[in-house]
Design a protein. Structure first.
Length: 557
């Protein structure tokens, strides 16, 4: 069909039907409003309704690739509304236009309007990135309908210095903090679109956050004080390509080392008052088309070795370094070559890694989860997961893992051979998980139901029975020669070791090594003074003289 709106190419189209005809809001190549066209003869002919000089300036805010909705009041077909960053309205069939509410930046009505439904001649409800609003006087005043738990969270974390307090980065709602015990008392910490947010595991005054395109900040205010944010970009080349949801992490082997990624990996020692240094070349394919979207999407470090790091990219590359970043080696055998959503070094086995991959952008919805020995071949551990993309993996113990998927949270206690859903989540996208090991809660950042949390013990359903871990499709064998009691413990923990061993490390849930015992191949009972261990989950990591390793989860009360 010949373009009825002229020879130039156009973008999205929004449609609305009224008694006066079919209306089409047409977006131009510049992602701005081209015009509103109407047909009254079934599409044979179209007329532009807005005189060129009256087209609202910047009506779609340059986001026409995202906004293109038009609504017509069923009680008055001359009452037309355009939904964009702001809300534009015409009362004369499209000739003249004015704002139907305050400017977006006032946040009296939240920016980014997504839907509008008329419920009376002067009354309508409006859906935005900030929730639901209602007017009964045609936009002269708006009521914010509160307490609707539908925020969209990209990232979540927990505060190890303030049990039960969680922080998340949300779409168009910045970085927010609150407790699961008081769900209506959350505070906004930082604006923009919220993303990665991190508490230093040892320094209660230091935290990190940021907004879109890797604009990082840090604060060193007290735990109960409002954060004062400082720029955290010194050393990052502003010309680098950066992903919308750029990665940020502290190195588990040294939390004073921070990692981030553009199209290359950056590292900062003695963070935050230092400079970022690029420690890798461009790790993406670095080709057109879509060069601007080829960025690093995930970074990680090994809690066992500060020199070991990894990075995944939006175009399917995955790299590791074992010498602090001097040399990077691709580690991609067995991967599908699509968006790397997460890469993790196994916190329980020093020679093991995980990664998750999403083919969503290529209409491939397989639940890609992989495990491998460092530098080895990736093996699928997706088991019986439903066919939905995977966004993150959270290894909780040697064979117990949880994953965030586009269909909710799933867990396994048998190395990925069988997975089951966690809790009573509906089928919704979950982008990020965190384990609050002090209050024993699993925290989920969802893209539909805000932040949800569950008892950590719920991630191992009774119906999941451990299987033989010597099966061929496991990555590493687990010895069975270690027993700790009492577990949970208070001031003392006894450890019976039945195989000759060389070293035992006590590792906290956030990766700090707090005690190391060395032995020369003997077998014996070891007694730990656990009085100064942090409350919650800790790990005992045994290194045997045979070369085997074992990790045991213990709980300090």
């Amino acid at each position: 069909m010949e373009n009825p709106w002229g020879p130039d190419e156009r973008g999205r189209i929004g449609l609305a039907v009224s008694n006066s005809g079919v209306h089409a809001l047409v977006v131009g190549q510049n992602s701005q409003l081209d015009n509103i066209y109407r047909t009254q003869d079934g599409g044979n002919s179209w007329e532009a309704l807005i005189p060129t000089e009256n087209i609202p300036e910047n009506a779609l805010g340059g986001f026409g690739w995202y906004f293109s909705k038009i609504r017509i009041n069923p009680f008055n077909d001359q009452d037309i509304t355009i939904l964009g960053v702001n809300l534009w309205n015409s009362m004369d069939g499209g000739t003249n236009w004015s704002l139907m509410g305050p400017e977006w930046w006032s946040y009296e009505v939240h920016a980014d309007k997504h839907d509008l439904q008329w419920i009376g001649p002067e009354s309508c409800v409006l859906a935005t990135d900030g929730g639901l609003y209602r007017t009964d006087d045609h936009g002269l005043s708006w009521e914010d309908i509160e307490d609707i738990p539908v925020s969209q969270f990209y990232r979540v974390t927990w505060n190890p210095h303030n049990p039960g307090v969680y922080t998340g980065g949300a779409q168009d709602n910045g970085t927010t903090t609150g407790s699961y015990l008081t769900p209506n008392e959350w505070t906004r910490d930082l604006g923009g679109d919220g993303f990665a947010c991190i508490f230093h595991p040892e320094n209660p005054f230091l935290r990190y956050a940021g907004y879109q395109w890797g604009n990082w900040r840090y604060s060193m205010t007290g735990p109960d004080e409002e954060p004062i944010w400082n720029d955290f970009l010194n050393g990052i080349d502003p010309e680098d390509r950066v992903w919308w949801d750029a990665p940020l992490a502290y190195h588990p082997a040294n939390p004073d080392v921070m990692l981030t990624g553009t199209h290359r990996v950056y590292r900062m020692n003695d963070a935050p008052q230092n400079f970022w240094q690029a420690i890798s070349p461009d790790l993406t394919e670095n080709v057109e088309p879509g060069l601007s979207y080829r960025c690093i999407s995930a970074v990680a470090g090994s809690r066992f070795d500060e020199n070991k790091m990894a990075a995944g990219t939006t175009d399917g590359r995955l790299w590791i370094t074992e010498d602090g970043g001097d040399n990077w080696t691709p580690m991609e055998t067995g991967l599908p070559g699509q968006f790397v959503t997460d890469v993790e070094f196994d916190p329980h086995f020093p020679d093991s890694m995980f990664c998750t991959v999403s083919g969503y952008r290529n209409a491939d919805y397989e639940p890609y989860i992989f495990r491998a020995a460092i530098g080895g071949i990736w093996q699928s551990v997706q088991g019986n997961l439903p066919v939905h993309p995977v966004n993150q993996i959270l290894p909780l113990a040697d064979s117990i893992w949880a994953v965030a998927t586009d269909a909710g949270v799933f867990a396994t206690n048998n190395w990925g051979n069988a997975w089951q859903p966690v809790g009573n989540l509906p089928v919704i996208p979950v982008y990020d998980l965190a384990a609050d090991t002090i209050t024993d809660r699993l925290v989920a950042g969802t893209f539909a139901r805000s932040i949800l949390s569950f008892p950590l013990d719920s991630i191992v359903p009774e119906s999941l029975n451990p299987i033989d871990t010597t099966a061929q499709n496991t990555v590493q064998l687990r010895p069975t020669s270690l027993r700790a009691f009492p577990n949970p413990c208070t001031d003392q923990l006894n450890l019976d070791i039945e195989m000759p061993w060389n070293e035992c490390r006590v590792v906290t849930s956030d990766g700090r090594i707090i005690e190391v015992l060395k032995q020369n191949g003997q077998t014996e009972r070891v007694t730990f003074d656990a009085s100064n261990w942090p409350q919650g989950i800790n790990f005992l990591h045994l290194q045997y003289t045979s070369g085997q390793e074992e990790t045991l989860r213990v709980v300090k009360q």
